[in-house]
Write a protein that binds this ligand. Structure first.
Ligand SMILES: *Cc1c(COP(=O)(O)O)cnc(C)c1O
Length: 397
């Protein structure tokens, strides 16, 4: 570790709660490239954990943020917020008429989605939400309870009540978890943090049918899969199953904190002023950035590009399987790709970083790749070469 990075690491130890273990100190970025404090350049296949759909410092996104910051960076929800309603209008067009509520993060969006589902079920005394083992829904106390993973809950119990767990891609386990208190089933179309595990088409269809049959709401957490990541604005578009409510965050705000709940209008209209709220939710800078993200994705054909670039990445990684039997599987959709390895995924991530490629883990054995949706063929090719070299370093004789 260089002196400059080392200095920052020391400040971390002294002043921050020890909640993260960061690697390098990035100081600037453009497109799919970032530079660290010691001038080392990387190809970034994490895009801020799926937050930068248009890459680092896309001119349209940067300009939208800067222009808004110059005139009215914040205004509260006491007053009409033009950017917020224009963004809601855009999301309504993309979702087929759903209404929006804006929050500041993924966890907060999910919290509000659960509140709305509970409101819908309130008269019938229904409030329990079925979530899935290995899922991830955020770090607030209720979302820890929704996240059926030991490592997220341990030490913080007792957990808030109102959740039951089922196994992903196992319809019988969902059936078994339903009782008279059940109000909704909540899932990620692809489990991101849990290891890039896509839902089987038949499973999703089965859950949707089950929800209809039992009078339950279907909730989707599209915080990681949304905003073009899998090749359509929302992952559910490719599944033939439409949720009653769904959430967005990560890539929505173009790098600024922004989350959203999208809901069927008849459910949304159960709300009255004062029932949901948040000070910063729908911040005009964040909404301006989000509008620029949507425009850029449409203008630059990034949904299509996410599919072709995703193919390129997938094929490149699959080609490495021939040389390295330590790679067990490559899976995912669009530009949300997981590479399952026999040993430690962190070891692979560290080795790639040393070679100049940033990727991240999703659990112990899955290396996760989430490049910007506009990554060029050339950058991806270069990244694949570096990944190959890093695997050789790690796994070669
Ligand atoms: C990241 C993520 C969250 C949590 O979002 P925060 O903004 O960190 O609260 C929730 N669900 C999924 C699927 C995520 O990927």
């Amino acid at each position: 570790m260089s002196n400059k990075t080392d200095d920052i690491a020391k400040l971390y130890d002294q002043y921050l709660m020890p909640t993260y273990s960061p690697a390098v100190a990035l100081v600037s970025g453009a497109g799919s490239k970032v530079v660290d404090i010691d001038n080392m350049q990387y190809i970034d296949l994490t895009s801020g954990i799926a937050c930068l759909a248009c890459g680092h410092c896309h001119p349209a996104v940067t300009e939208a943020i800067v222009n808004q910051a110059k005139v009215l960076p914040h205004l509260s929800n006491l007053y009409y917020n033009t950017n917020m309603v224009l963004l809601a209008q855009a999301l309504s067009r993309l979702s087929g008429g759903y209404k929006a509520f804006f929050a500041n993060s993924g966890a907060e969006a999910n919290e509000n989605m659960i509140k709305l589902a509970r409101l819908w079920g309130h008269e019938k005394g229904k409030y329990e939400v079925i979530t899935f083992n290995k899922g991830f829904h955020g770090r607030t106390l209720a979302m820890c309870a929704a996240t059926a993973q030991d490592k997220i809950q341990k030490g913080f119990d007792p957990m808030p009540t109102g959740f039951a767990y089922a196994d992903y891609n196992d319809l019988d386990s969902v059936k078994a978890a339903i009782n008279e208190k059940t109000v909704a089933v909540m899932l990620e179309p692809i489990q991101g943090e849990g290891g890039v595990i896509p839902a089987d088409e038949a499973f999703l269809k089965g859950v949707a049918d089950l929800c209809k049959e039992k009078g339950l709401l279907l909730l989707m957490d599209e915080i990681q899969t949304g905003m073009g990541r899998t090749g359509s604005f929302f992952a559910w578009e490719q599944t033939g199953v439409k949720p009653d409510l769904f959430t967005l965050a990560k890539a929505l705000g173009g790098g600024l904190p922004l989350g959203a709940v999208l809901a069927r209008p008849d459910i949304a209209d159960l709300l009255h002023p004062g029932m949901l709220g948040t000070t910063f939710g729908g911040n005009p800078c964040a909404c301006a950035a989000a509008l620029a993200v949507i425009t850029t994705i449409e203008k630059e054909g990034l949904l299509e590009h996410a599919k072709t670039a995703g193919e390129q990445l997938r094929e490149g990684l699959e080609a490495l399987m021939d040389t390295y039997p330590q790679i067990l599987e490559v899976r995912g959709r669009g530009l949300l790709i997981g590479m399952v390895v026999e040993g430690s995924a962190k070891e692979v991530v560290d080795s790639c970083r040393m070679g100049g490629v940033l990727c991240c883990t999703a659990g112990e054995h899955v290396v996760r790749f989430l490049p910007p949706l506009n990554i060029s063929e050339k950058d991806l090719e270069e990244a694949l070469e570096i990944i190959g070299d890093s695997l050789e370093e790690l796994y070669g004789e």
